[in-house]
Design a protein around this ligand. Sequence first.
Ligand code: KIV
Length: 269
Amino acid sequence: MRLSKVRTLRLLKMKAQGKKIVMLTAYDYFTARLLDEAGIDIILVGDSVGMVQLGFGDTLHVTLDMMIHHCAAVRRGVKSALLVGDMPFMTYKINEDETLKNAARLVQEGGCEAVKIEGGEEVVHFAARIVGAGIPVMGHIGLTPQSVHQLGGYRVQGKGAGDVEKLINDAHALEDAGVFAIVIEAVPPDVARRITQAVHIPTIGIGAGPHCDGQVLVINDLLGLTDGKPPHFVKQYADLGSAARRAIEAFANEVRSGAFPAKEHWYSD
Ligand code: KIV
């Protein structure tokens, strides 16, 4: 169990000391409590909420109001971890004033301590504006799911000629803008290693191999609460989906047979 609050400075120190950073997503109060009590360093209310909790086919349907609703629930379950909220699609790329207002809503109404935005050099002026207003920003490069249509699907990035240089330039530009950490998604391990070595701020990998300063997974993937097979980079640590299905079927069978409720489940007269 953790004793003290995680802040962005702690994460910088962890990189310098070679200590791995642990990050997971959460979308509700109860899961947030489990993660916080387990000593997870960073809890991300990802816009993956759209896919794993709300049933959308991508993250593009997630609105700021939806994010605030989930962030506020997670906030109530978190004491120690750093709480980061995703800025959803088009809430930060239109103009800087709107970007700042939207980031501020995630902090004021959602209780986030930092926000995450996707993209490299093309978003650094938005990142700098948010950081300049006193809100910590996490970057996200490589596979950026909000650009899924432009990227041609959820596919590994950083494999083409010039891609690695671009990713390293993106990471430098984000660091210069004041970003405190960068998620690197779906790139080959050697590319993630080069990016990680190129910047002083921590990198958190997902499908990016072992060389990042930390690792993040979507909590539903880790717990086996997904439709179908998760991506191959996921390690599923539990199969709660099957356990839940068995419990629900047992309840239905017992109601139908009259086995539930039994005497111990009702109030005496
Ligand atoms: O939305 C999300 O869950 C994310 C993580 C995969 C990093 O951005």
